[in-house]
Design a protein around this ligand. Structure first.
Ligand code: GLN
Length: 453
């Protein structure tokens, strides 16, 4: 704990933690020490982790990177977090993220951007940017993030660490602040697949507080072995051929494909005919769900209330409007507006219903693919980490859709609810001006095949 606290102190410029639980972590460590001496310590005794600022931890602030949750304290602890605590994990702090987990660069946080430790002019990815950099920079051993469209895997790729999005319903969402409920998954980030497996094993499984969580038994992921037969691996042709994918990423992906082929696996290209509908489907459905989920933040029930309520906002509607306008950042407001639009009476069928239908088609196409293959391989992201400001439009006039493209390879797993992992796949060696930027490789598997991943 002391070592991590010192490192956290020395890396303030990365803006990873929104709150450090220094004294509490020290106390936890003392208790764990006693338990170890008594032989009663849990399986995670001594493991120091951080949690993304969307996970409730009783008695601690939880802000979802937003002003609207100013002064809000969690009343209860997320099931996933509680299960880790029950195994004597030590929580060292709360990690910065994009506001309400909406973003791909961690630039949408009320606490300011997180910086990539490899190159501090570059983004760490998002929305679990703080959680990924914390592991990358050695500020804790592992992090717990959330992944609605790539928020664990994409920052893991940008930071050169391992990130897992489990099957939808594998880990209880109780205590996770909702973004898009039919997509949201809690997922671990760590340096190794083994650590990720152990954390998954402890967090997963039935929970009476989340009706969407699966009651399927939890296998021993941490002792899983690779099957000793050749695997049937599909790879997305676009991932190694598309001009839209950075050359360094295409080459790294191709190298991995070659290695897998040499190892005796069948590795074949596939095309996803519905690829171009993934992002529109994802952004229509997630903004719809978000506009509904975020309606609870009204200036009355939680956190921030506009001070104008003392002067100009004298009726209920203007209290709502002023509090929400001041409390939510630009990207969250954009998505609430988009989501409200696609759910509005005149456009519901044209957008929302249509997107639900396309979601089903994508699921069917994905199911068919996995009748023939064990896993689907692709790059995690089309490019390595980009520069701060590059896609936010502030410096370059770029439009938000540019940012959404960063999710092209990750959203499929959430649209269909399948598990997917991002592992480090070397670095972009083409930059002469410093250490190479990390590149990620993604594997997706059928539901509840995390063991295989
Ligand atoms: N970047 C995607 C979005 O902004 C994914 C976010 C996430 O997985 N929480 O919606």
């Amino acid at each position: 704990v002391e070592q991590y606290l010192t490192r956290i102190d020395g890396h303030q410029h990365l803006n990873v933690f929104t709150e450090v639980y220094a004294d509490e972590a020290r106390q936890q460590a003392t208790v764990v020490d006693q338990k170890i001496a008594a032989g009663t310590a849990g399986r995670l005794a001594g493991m120091v982790i951080g949690i993304k600022d969307v996970l409730s931890y009783a008695g601690h602030a939880v802000r979802a990177g937003s002003r609207i949750l100013d002064n809000f304290t969690a009343q209860f602890t997320a099931t996933a977090v509680q299960r880790l605590l029950d195994e004597d994990v030590i929580i060292i702090g709360r990690q910065n993220c994009d506001e309400f987990a909406m973003g791909s660069s961690n630039e949408n946080s009320a606490f300011g951007p997180v910086r990539n430790a490899v190159d501090t002019d570059r983004v760490p990815g998002g929305s679990s940017g703080g959680s990924a950099v914390a592991v990358q920079a050695g500020l804790c051993l592992a992090s717990i993030g959330s992944d609605t469209g790539g928020s664990v895997r994409q920052p893991a790729a940008f930071c050169g660490v391992v990130g897992l999005k489990p099957t939808y319903g594998r880990i209880s969402r109780w205590g996770l602040i909702a973004y898009a409920s039919s997509f949201d998954c809690i997922g671990p980030i760590a340096n190794t697949a083994e650590d990720v497996a152990l954390l998954l094993e402890i967090m997963a499984g039935a929970d009476e507080f989340d009706s969407t969580v699966s009651s399927q038994p939890v296998p021993s992921y941490s002792t899983a072995q690779l099957p000793d037969r050749p695997l049937r691996i599909a790879y997305l042709r676009d991932g190694v051929e598309s001009e839209g994918v950075d050359k360094s990423v295409r080459e790294a992906t191709q190298t991995s494909i070659n290695i897998l082929q040499k190892a005796g696996h069948t590795v074949e290209p596939v095309d996803l005919t519905l690829l171009k509908y993934l992002l529109p489907t994802y952004y229509i459905l997630t903004t719809a769900e978000a506009s509904s989920n975020l309606s609870r933040f009204d200036g009355v029930r939680y956190g921030y209330r506009s001070v104008a309520t003392n002067t100009s906002a004298l009726d209920l509607l203007s209290l709502y409007k002023k509090s929400r306008t001041e409390g939510f950042g630009a990207e969250v407001r954009r998505r609430i507006l988009l989501g409200t639009f696609v759910l509005s009476a005149s456009y519901y069928d044209a957008y929302y219903t249509k997107a639900q239908q396309v979601r089903r088609l994508i699921r069917q196409e994905t199911e068919r693919l996995f009748e023939q293959y064990d896993v689907l391989l692709s790059p995690t992201t089309p490019t390595p980490a980009f520069k701060l400001g590059e896609k936010t439009g502030q410096d370059s006039g770029a439009d938000p859709l540019q940012m959404y493209l960063a999710d092209i390879f990750t959203v499929q797993a959430n649209v269909v609810g399948y598990p997917a992992i991002s592992i480090p796949n070397g670095t972009d060696a083409s930059r002469g001006d410093g250490p190479g930027l990390p590149i990620g490789l993604q594997f997706m598997a059928p539901p509840f095949a995390e063991e295989q991943l």
